[in-house]
Ligand binder design. Structure first.
Ligand SMILES: Oc1ncnc2c1N=NC2
Ligand SMILES: [Mg+2]
Length: 205
């Protein structure tokens, strides 16, 4: 299938089997996806993206690892893929009429998307609400193509059903941290994607 399906019972590794920063040991219950597996999957996603896009191509850990892989690859016709990156912050807001997004780009930067091939790189898709609102907003600027890749997609009934073009792993509806996924800015320096332990006071999902 198009992504690696991860379930807690099938895919969790004991914390004893990998290196975990000491200061996080009490906060984690298991490792869901070890860093090495993430990196190998990112390499495959880069290969798929390069094979399926001929033009130039934007979560910072996944984004930077993905771009580093893409830079090493050439297309079937032997060309490298020129890439310019914009790190954007997107906040979705909801009022009674619609869901909108605030994008941390100026109008001029957005106008620059016209005629371009856009690749949106996300670390995790949860409800899909923000991504759908962002895609609608970006259409106003007439990009040539808009594709989305997300390292993780959560299997949750809160989802609006949105599925990106390139997905790394489909994960259970649990709160995960690591590989730049944070909980209140913690865990950004954790390489593996882990399930947070219950006594860490996080509501699941
Ligand atoms: O599991 C998660 N972990 C970190 N950040 C987010 C998550 N789901 N939506 C945002
Ligand atoms: Mg994100």
């Amino acid at each position: 299938s198009k992504w690696i399906d991860v379930t807690v019972d099938k895919n969790h590794y004991s914390l004893d089997h990998f290196v975990i920063p000491k200061h996080y040991e009490q906060d984690l219950s298991s490792i869901l996806i070890p860093h090495g597996v993430i990196m190998d999957r990112v390499q495959k996603l880069a290969r798929l993206i390069v094979d399926q896009n001929d033009g130039p191509l934007g979560g910072y850990q996944y984004a930077s690892d993905l771009v580093n892989c893409i830079k090493k690859l050439t297309t079937a016709s032997g060309h490298t893929v020129p890439i310019s990156m914009e790190f954007i912050r997107v906040k979705s807001y909801e009022n009674d009429q619609s869901v909108g997004v605030n994008i941390s780009l100026t109008e001029n930067e957005l106008k620059d998307f016209e005629g371009k091939n856009i690749l949106i790189v996300e670390d995790i898709i949860d409800t899909g609400k923000t991504m759908v609102a962002l895609l609608e907003r970006l259409q106003q600027y007439k990009p040539k193509t808009t594709k989305v890749t997300s390292l993780l997609v959560k299997k949750t009934d809160r989802s609006n059903g949105y599925i990106p073009h390139y997905v790394g792993f489909a994960i259970p509806d649990a709160f995960v941290v690591g590989y730049a996924l944070d909980y209140n800015e913690h865990f950004r320096d954790l390489d593996h994607i882990c399930v947070i332990s219950n006594d860490c006071g996080v509501r699941a999902g």
